[in-house]
Design a protein around this ligand. Structure first.
Ligand code: DQQ
Length: 566
């Protein structure tokens, strides 16, 4: 393979590789509990790894994920299972849910966890019950032993499975991914994603009094002409600017509805209100269904949130599939990672979410390395951030300040709905007025290879600034045949003061960036051929016409946490 093992991510969630029964690597809290992982001695690889049913239970975070035990490509899907004390250090357990009943004998697809009134967790997921057409039904599972904090074994009671079938005109091949259920008006309610009428994406509502027998409500909670909704997610938020998360059954000041669009393979959400009596959701901005915001403007799909009662926050977990080729995936034996878990809450504007890496990731930081405050980068200049031992595995926080917005380029309204296209035309090497300025990460010393994460400021027809954030990986690797899409989103921030911040989590073959305090996020996979290990560098650049001041820049080497025994 052309891909170096040094490109395997260090602190992003990954399935185990070459799993061996090495108990000494286990977290001490787990190694005292006996469990048999002998079935995992085989070489494990997963092109999947989509997060399922995250939850906090008896002091442990649980994360399940879509997993192919037989190879680095999609198929034979089971639920692999990892546990953590902090959402950063992970311990792999045996797969928790595998085909075993008629309802799921051909695959256990995505699903969610709900904590019932007595604290018992329940998992609902999509079972594949026929091999020929991926016929989909919904399945319910309970822990065999709820007193086991590791929830290692799950049972699927025959008495009420499947809990939902594609009856009444539902497309049996497009009926999947039940959400966490919420309790309101004496009923549990959950959503299942689907599509009908030649392209109307929607989420059906199912109701139950006892969590075992479910009936479908007449109307979906919401729908839009977007194509199939995979992995819907629906949750309350506590109010504009309020950081505390809410349990899914609590009343929210606002609600968020997310769907993963099969057509584009991106996760979109709207903010709106929920009519509990009618089980209908209304986006605040009716145009929002079509001009929807994304959690992430990069490589991020099939995400899921959960309420973390230990820290009263809502946490978002997303899947970043490989953008490397399938033969390379097979050669590497690994594929698919998760984004760093993000805390999410409603922006003070009430119009969008803010996202920030959970604070626990900061425990991986080494000593802070700073750049003299107020350093100015002249038009066309760049400088290297020195002092890091592992710039390929680092966390960087930087605040920029531009002296004036007068030179901002005119914004072409043709790109109003297509930031990505705009960034494709105006990449990091295209000189601008205000910007492009930002970071070159995973860069070789000769700058032949570099991934640019940057801002570029435009002015619309009324003279109002419009900020674009991009990740431009077109120079990220000299390797041929790589998928190197430019990713971009607009940043809804007031830049009239000239100030804007950027944080990038750099991890060997992933760059995960947060613009303006988490208003716009971009995760990108890159596979350098030279800028690997000690040959990777970090720079600040300015390719605009005005000075850019680096008011503050702090960076940290990042340690490797326990990562599923790898
Ligand atoms: N992949 C899962 C489905 C889900 C899709 C199967 C998302 O449940 O809809 O692996 O990519």
């Amino acid at each position: 393979s052309i891909v170096s093992p040094l490109l395997r991510t260090g602190y992003h969630f990954q399935p185990p590789r070459n799993w061996i029964n090495d108990k000494s690597k286990l977290h001490p809290a787990v190694s005292v509990l006996s469990f048999d992982n002998s079935r995992q001695r085989q070489r494990l690889a997963a092109n999947q790894a989509k997060p399922c049913a995250p939850m906090y239970y008896k002091g442990w975070y649980h994360l399940f994920y879509q997993y192919n035990p037989n190879g680095a490509v999609w198929g034979n899907i089971v639920w692999a299972h990892s546990v953590s004390r902090d959402l950063i250090n992970w311990i792999a357990l045996d797969p928790a849910i595998s085909p075993s009943i008629p309802s799921d004998q051909y695959g256990c697809w995505s699903g969610s966890a709900t904590l019932l009134h007595d604290g018992t967790p329940a998992i609902t997921y999509t079972g594949i019950s026929r091999p020929d057409i991926n016929y989909q039904v919904q399945v319910l599972a309970f822990p065999k032993n709820a007193s086991d904090p590791l929830l290692r074994e799950w049972v699927k009671p025959a008495a009420y499975n499947p809990i939902a079938t594609p009856a009444g005109g539902i497309n049996a091949t497009q009926f999947r991914d039940p959400t966490t259920a919420w309790f309101a008006g004496g009923h549990w309610r959950m959503l299942v994603g689907s599509v009908r009428d030649g392209g109307r994406g929607l989420a059906y509502v199912y109701r139950s009094r006892d969590f075992k027998r479910w009936t479908r409500a007449k109307h979906p909670i919401h729908s839009a002409m977007t194509g199939m909704w995979e992995c819907p997610d629906f949750f309350p938020v506590s109010g504009a600017g309020l950081r505390a998360g809410l349990d899914t059954s609590e009343r929210g000041a606002k609600y968020v509805l997310k769907s993963s669009l099969d057509l584009t393979r991106y996760d979109y959400y709207t903010v709106g209100s929920y009519d509990e009596g009618k089980d209908r959701y209304f986006p605040d901005d009716p145009a929002g269904d079509y001009k929807r915001r994304r959690y992430d403007y990069g490589n991020f799909y099939a995400s899921k949130t959960f309420y973390d009662p230990a820290k009263r926050r809502r946490v978002l977990l997303g899947w970043a599939n490989e953008s490397d080729s399938v033969p390379d995936d097979k050669a590497k034996g690994w594929a698919g990672i998760h984004a760093i878990p993000r805390k999410i809450w409603l922006d003070p504007s009430g119009k969008q979410l803010l996202q920030w890496p959970i604070e626990e990731v900061e425990r991986l930081r080494g000593k802070p390395v700073t750049v003299p405050a107020g350093k100015v980068v002249k038009p066309g200049d760049h400088f290297e951030v020195t002092g890091l031992a592992t710039p390929y595995q680092a966390d960087v926080e930087v605040s920029f300040e531009v002296s004036s917005l007068d030179k901002a380029e005119a914004f072409d309204p043709a790109y109003e709905d297509d930031a990505q296209k705009l960034c494709g035309v105006k990449g990091a090497d295209v000189k601008g007025g205000v910007g492009p300025f930002g970071l070159w990460v995973l860069a070789s010393a000769d700058l032949q290879e570099k991934t640019a994460v940057f801002f570029r400021v435009f002015k619309d027809g009324y003279g109002k600034p419009k900020v674009l954030m991009c990740t431009d990986p077109t120079k990220s690797s000299l390797s041929p045949d790589l998928y190197k899409p430019t990713f971009a989103g607009f940043v809804d921030t007031d830049i009239s003061s000239g100030k804007i911040s950027l944080r990038s989590l750099i991890d060997r073959s992933v760059v995960e960036s947060f613009g303006a305090g988490g208003k716009t996020c971009i995760l990108s996979r890159v596979y350098p051929s030279i800028a690997i290990g000690k040959d990777a560098h970090l720079y600040v650049f300015n390719n605009g016409e005005v000075d850019v001041k680096v008011s503050q820049l702090t960076s940290w080497d990042m340690k490797k946490p326990l990562m599923n025994g790898a």
